[in-house]
Design a protein around this ligand. Structure first.
Ligand code: NAP
Length: 314
C-alpha cells in the first residue's frame, strides 16, 4: 500500500510502498480517509520524544478517520508500530474506535482529534472550567488555540481573551469568538498589565497554555486567586522561569496535560461533544487537505505553524 514512511529520525517521511497491515487480536484494518498532521508527529519522528521513538522504517502519523469493512466512519488513533495513519490502510484496535456520523467531513473530524482534545480536555477535564469564569488562551493563532477559544465559549466562560504574536492570529481568534486579543510580543511587565486589563477584572481563572516559556510566566502573573494554568505544549520554549509570589500568594495551580494520559472514556465523551458542536456549525477549524504524495512538503510547513490543520489524504 502507499504510505508516508519514516526512514531516518529527524527527516520528513517520504511516500513509498509499505507492507499491507494484518489485523491482530481485537483489531481491524481500516481504509484511511484523512489523517491529521500534528506537532507531536514531528517530535516523535525526531527520535527524541519523551514517550519513545518509533521503529525504522515505519509509517508516520498517529490519528485518522477511516472506514470499516461495514462502511462505518470512525476516528482512530495510535495504530500499532510500524503502522501509522499516513497510509492507505491502518490496523486499529476495535474498542478504541470512536464512531462518527456518516455526514461529517473526515478532515474536520480528524482536526478535532489530537488538537481538539488538547484544547477541550485542558478546559473541561484538567481546569474544570466553571460557567462565568475568565479564560486566557495563549498561542491562540495555532490550531489548539483556535479550538480552545471556541471551546471556552461553549463551556460557559464569561470572558475569553486570546493571546498571539501575529496580528492575523489575533484577528482570527476574535472572529472565532474571543472578546479581546493581546499581542504576546511585549516585555514581561507590560504583557502582564495588558493581559490583566484584557481580563476585564483582576485576572484570569483559567489559562490554556500550549507555549510555556515567557508567555506562561506572564500568564501566571495575570491570574486571579485560585487560577489554574493548564500546560500542554512548549511552542515558545521548553523552560520557563516562574515567580514564586504569584503562585504562592494567589494559590495558583499549574496543571500538566497530555492527551496520552487522559482516560479513554473521558477522551471519547469530549470528542463526541466536539463532533456534535462542529456538526451544528458551532465549532470551526480551517483544514487543508494534502495528498499523501506531498507529505514531505506539508511536514516542513507544519514546523512553522500553518495556522490551520493540515490533513493528509492517502
Ligand atoms: N499535550 C497534548 O496532548 C497536546 C496535544 C496537541 C498539541 N499539543 C502541543 O500544543 C502546541 C500547539 O499545537 P498546535 O497543533 O496548535 O500547533 P500549531 O497550529 O503549529 O500552533 C503553534 C502555535 O505556537 C505559536 N508559537 C510558536 N512559537 C512561539 C513563540 N516563540 N512565542 C509565542 N507563540 C509561539 C504559533 O504562533 P505564531 O502565530 O506566532 O506562529 C502558533 O500559534 C504544540 O506545542 C503541540 O505539541 C499538545
Amino acid at each position: 500500500m502507499r504510505a508516508a514512511i519514516l526512514r531516518w529520525y529527524g527527516a520528513p517521511p517520504e511516500p513509498g510502498d509499505f507492507d499491507e497491515p494484518q489485523a491482530g487480536d481485537g483489531e481491524e484494518v481500516l481504509d484511511v480517509l484523512a489523517a491529521g498532521l500534528n506537532p507531536v508527529d514531528i517530535r516523535i519522528a525526531s527520535g527524541t520524544f519523551y514517550g519513545g521513538s518509533p521503529p525504522l522504517p515505519s509509517v508516520a502519523g498517529r490519528e485518522g478517520v477511516g472506514r470499516t469493512a461495514d462502511g462505518e466512519l470512525v476516528y482512530f488513533d495510535a495504530p500499532a508500530p510500524p503502522y501509522g495513519s499516513f497510509a492507505e490502510r491502518a490496523p486499529v484496535v476495535r474498542d478504541s474506535e470512536i464512531p462518527l456520523p456518516a455526514e461529517i467531513d473526515p478532515a474536520l473530524a480528524v482536526a478535532l482529534g489530537i488538537a481538539g482534545l488538547a484544547a477541550w480536555l485542558a478546559l473541561d477535564w484538567r481546569a474544570q472550567l466553571r460557567e462565568g469564569e475568565r479564560v486566557l488562551v495563549l498561542g491562540a493563532s495555532g490550531v489548539v488555540g483556535q479550538i480552545a477559544v471556541q471551546g471556552a465559549r461553549l463551556l460557559g466562560a464569561a470572558r475569553v481573551v486570546a493571546a498571539a504574536r501575529s496580528a492575523d492570529g489575533r484577528e482570527r481568534a476574535q472572529a472565532l469568538g474571543a472578546d479581546a486579543a493581546v499581542d504576546l510580543a511585549a516585555e514581561h511587565d507590560d504583557l502582564v498589565e495588558a493581559l490583566r486589563e484584557a481580563s476585564g477584572e483582576d485576572g484570569f481563572d483559567v489559562v490554556v497554555d500550549p507555549l510555556w516559556g515567557e508567555p506562561a510566566a506572564a500568564a501566571l502573573d495575570a491570574c486571579r486567586a485560585r487560577g489554574r494554568l493548564v500546560q500542554l505544549g512548549e511552542s515558545a520554549g521548553s523552560h520557563s522561569t516562574l515567580g514564586s509570589a504569584s503562585i504562592r500568594g494567589k494559590l495558583l495551580a499549574v496543571l500538566g496535560h497530555t492527551n496520552f494520559m487522559a482516560p479513554p472514556e473521558v477522551k471519547r465523551a469530549a470528542y463526541q461533544r466536539m463532533v456534535e458542536q462542529a456538526a451544528a456549525g458551532e465549532l470551526k477549524v480551517d483544514v487543508e487537505r494534502v495528498p499523501l504524495e506531498d507529505v514531505a512538503e506539508a511536514w516542513q510547513r507544519q514546523q512553522h505553524s500553518p495556522h490551520h490543520k493540515l490533513v493528509v489524504v492517502p
